[in-house]
Design a protein around this ligand. Structure first.
Ligand code: HEC
Length: 154
């Protein structure tokens, strides 16, 4: 939790200290950043999933801690999909539609932010049933964007 919180702080500080036009020094850095955020978000979302799917015991406090991280992370990846990363040479799985259908991509990102806000609110009710429902609907938000905008893994 402490480490994750400091990642969020570092990420926020990085956003605040650079102009919107050039949030990253190099396009490669932007790709690394967005993938790292997705990885951290996925790790903590997976911990909630384990509880929702009965693979880990339900722990209301752990659910809230993880949901806080997921909700914070959901706000971060999007500047990492800057236009200068479309033709970047480093390995990545963003489809060209991220840029050719940018309005839908942004809508899907905003949808994730709202779903993860609801996930946190559900965790805070201390109800496993509420957590399960919100986990499933947040998972749909991940999947729907991945279906449209992320290439299959090789
Ligand atoms: C608005 C679109 C969108 C949403 C919503 C979204 N993702 Fe992603 N995700 C992407 C794209 C595009 C990539 C590929 C990025 C790349 O390779 O640079 C990606 C990559 C990933 C990766 C691989 C990261 C890596 O190291 O290469 C993971 C894991 C992931 N997403 C998990 C999630 C989870 C979990 C959620 C929901 C909680 C989610 N994503 C929601 C678009 C999205």
């Amino acid at each position: 939790m402490k480490i994750a919180a400091s990642i969020v702080l570092a990420a926020t500080a990085a956003i605040l200290s650079t102009p919107a036009s050039a949030q990253f020094a190099k396009p490669e850095d932007a790709v690394k950043y967005r993938q790292s955020v997705m990885t951290v978000m996925s790790t903590h979302f997976g911990r909630i999933g384990a509880m929702a799917n009965g693979k880990a015991p339900y722990d209301a406090k752990a659910a809230i801690d993880n949901a806080q991280i997921v909700a914070a992370m959901a706000k971060l990846p999007w500047p990492g999909f800057s236009a200068d990363t479309e033709k970047v040479s480093v390995q990545n799985r963003a489809k060209p539609e991220v840029w050719s259908n940018a309005a839908k991509f942004k809508e899907d990102g905003d949808h994730l932010v709202s779903e993860t806000g609801k996930l946190l609110a559900a965790a805070q009710t201390n109800s496993l049933d509420n957590l399960k429902t919100a986990f499933a609907s947040t998972g749909k938000a991940c999947k729907s964007c991945h279906d449209d905008f992320r290439k299959e893994a090789k």
